[in-house]
Design a protein around this ligand. Structure first.
Ligand SMILES: C[S@@+](CC[C@H](N)C(=O)[O-])C[C@H]1O[C@@H](n2cnc3c(N)ncnc32)[C@H](O)[C@@H]1O
Length: 340
């Protein structure tokens, strides 16, 4: 099917509207937040100036219970399976109905003096309210205007994109809308990401990008985009240097300093000469710390750092990347780089 050209009745450019599970944002104005740190003098920056990232350490009780019952540490791959199912359940929640239903459940359990169930219902209600605020009201997770500001101006046409640890693949879809006619390979070793996180990504979600014929705005949906999903460990990928963009979103912060070199190497290994490596990580800010504290039961199964844009930039610089753009958007730091 052809992409939906603007203007069209159902899409009104420069509008935003809440749907039960997401915000539709077709505003073409500048993002709410884009703080540009590109002018940083990387060669003169040191870890002494910056300090090291903040470590999130409130792990899910569910992980501890799993480890007790298995008498073993939870393998990293299993940690991601839990994270992805919990995260997807939030993405799929009807944020008009679910808090209402949870509120009723809470009252019912309080009325019956079922205190453990009431406590559980209250915790779930709080999590739904936080999710509604962060994901739907603020749109801080997908942040389309922020992501477009980060990804704009690349010198590429019909790019071949590799997304490492893709989950639902949102950012590859945004890039394909901005640079039409390209193709993306989403890689994740959790098959649930193929079947559910990407597989059930809202068909109606509009990605604002460019019409190649006119240069004007155009809306693309998932079905308009050329995407393959490869269920594979990043370490087992067999590609050559064939991608114009290698992308990761929320991957680097899951590797301690000892292993950072390895994860940067995967951003380099499959890039064409002159290609772009694009990386983002969650921001080190009070809101993010509070988010991972309050949502820890659902999210915190493994190693996670929060860093700022310059810390991410310094890691990339030290690992041999030239930093073309560095900045932060609502919830993430972002880098656009080339291999030096
Ligand atoms: C934190 S998520 C990325 C954030 C993502 N934008 C989201 O919304 O969840 C990281 C993803 O990388 C995947 N992943 C982690 N290590 C991997 C590996 N070695 N090979 C393939 N996928 C991996 C996980 O399964 C997970 O879906």
């Amino acid at each position: 099917m052809l992409a939906t050209e603007l203007p069209q009745q159902e899409f009104s450019l420069d509008s935003t509207r809440l749907f039960p599970t997401f915000r539709q944002d077709l505003r073409t104005s500048a993002p709410d937040i884009f703080v540009d740190e590109t002018s940083t003098d990387w060669g003169n920056l040191s870890w002494q100036d910056l300090g090291k990232p903040y470590l999130v350490q409130n792990y899910s009780k569910h992980r501890r219970a799993w480890e007790e019952s298995h008498s073993a540490e939870m393998p990293v791959e299993i940690q991601w399976q839990h994270f992805n199912r919990n995260f997807h359940r939030l993405f799929a929640s009807d944020l008009d109905d679910a808090p209402r239903e949870q509120g009723k459940l809470l009252l019912k359990n309080v009325g019956r003096m079922n205190l453990p169930q009431a406590q559980q219902a209250l915790a779930e209600l709080v999590r739904l309210q936080i999710w509604n605020h962060v994901h739907r009201r603020e749109d801080a997770v997908w942040d389309p205007r922020g992501k477009r500001a980060l990804f704009e101006g690349l010198e590429i046409s019909k790019p071949n994109i590799l997304f490492l640890g893709a989950a639902e693949g949102y950012e590859a879809m945004q890039l394909l809308a901005m640079y039409p006619g390209g193709h993306a390979v989403l890689v994740d070793y959790d098959d649930f990401c193929r079947t559910d996180r990407f597989g059930r990504f809202p068909e109606a979600y509009p990605f604002l990008g460019k019409n190649p014929a006119t240069g004007g705005w155009q809306v693309y949906r998932k079905e308009d985009l050329q995407i393959d999903f490869e269920v594979c460990d990043i370490r087992d990928l067999k590609y050559g240097k064939e991608f114009d963009i290698v992308l990761s979103v929320g991957l680097i912060e899951h590797f301690s300093d000892e292993h950072k070199g390895v994860v940067f190497e995967f951003h380099r290994r499959f890039l064409k000469p002159g290609g772009y490596a694009i990386m983002t990580t969650p921001r080190r800010q009070l809101r993010s710390k509070a988010f991972y504290l309050l949502m820890g039961e659902l999210m915190n199964y493994g190693y996670r750092e929060l860093m700022d844009a310059r810390q991410l930039g310094l890691y990339a610089y030290e690992n041999g990347f030239e930093i073309l753009r560095c900045g932060y958007i609502k919830a993430h730091n972002g880098l656009v780089t080339k291999v030096l």
